[in-house]
Design a protein around this ligand. Structure first.
Ligand code: ATP
Length: 238
């Protein structure tokens, strides 16, 4: 059996006196897709940033593909096969779509493999091919989200971390993002998806962790959780 894509044991994040994440543990199986859902302020973004080493944290164990990465600096995580799509997209508005994508491959030489990866991104999001010469800042919110995902894919990650990719998008665009995530997952990419949109997350993932006040409130398969009475009331508004 191949090692898990990501193993996190007892992750804690404190900002001064605020405990934003409290002893959270989870595993993303190789080729699997794990969701973290929770309300605004539950600690989801802090969890992702702490995995990457972007915020101060304590962690019992942190392994990527079975390898200890607890001492790896945030800027080197890309070399361990982790791609990151931050909340709010953060594309380079003054640069072209194509340049944004090329910057996603900054840790590699530009060669046949990276050109092939660019073609894969264009196949996943054909609108980016059409807009390749346009400034990223001129794209719609949904197109910018596709660009942010495409840019993260350019480093040819084994594991992709996504922070609220559905935020601010219309239901139709949310469906497009969902379809792209399902395709990436079918191609064997491991995914960790952080979302307030529980409906999307249950459709995109195999299993989920529900965060409340920085702690793990529930875990289960996405199929089980979507039928749980409390989850339906609190997170699906049913
Ligand atoms: P959102 O959906 O708004 O992104 P979230 O679930 O991702 O919410 P976090 O952004 O991780 O939650 O925030 C968790 C808690 O930590 C909140 O109480 C938040 O106010 C606090 N927090 C986040 N970042 C900081 C910071 N840099 N300094 C102090 N407190 C912070």
């Amino acid at each position: 059996m191949s090692a898990a894509a990501l193993e996190v044991e007892n992750l804690t994040v404190r900002y001064g006196g605020v405990c934003a994440v409290q002893s959270v543990s989870f595993t993303v199986p190789a080729g699997g897709c794990l969701g973290i859902i929770g309300a605004n302020g539950a600690g989801k973004t802090s969890t992702l940033k702490a995995v990457l080493g972007l915020v101060p944290r304590t962690v019992g164990a942190l392994r990527v593909g079975g390898q200890d990465v607890s001492r790896v600096k945030a800027r080197d995580m890309v070399r361990h096969g982790i791609g990151y799509v931050p909340e709010g997209r953060h594309v380079f508005a003054g640069l072209s779509v194509e340049t944004n994508l090329m910057l996603g491959a900054y840790a590699q030489k530009w060669n046949a493999a990276t050109r092939g990866q660019l073609e894969e991104v264009f196949a996943l999001f054909p609108v980016l091919r059409e807009m390749r010469g346009r400034l990223a800042g001129a794209l719609s919110g949904g197109q910018q989200q596709m660009l942010a995902i495409g840019r993260a894919l350019m480093s040819r990650p084994k594991l992709l971390l996504l922070d609220e990719p559905s935020m601010g998008l219309s239901p139709k665009l949310v469906e497009e993002i969902l379809a792209a995530l399902q395709r990436l997952s079918a191609d064997g990419l491991s995914l960790l998806l952080v979302e307030q949109n529980a409906k999307l997350t249950f459709e995109a993932t195999d299993s989920c962790l529900v965060m409340e006040n920085g702690a793990t409130a529930m875990t289960g398969t996405s199929g089980e959780l979507r039928h749980d009475a409390r989850v339906r009331r609190v997170y699906l508004g049913l």
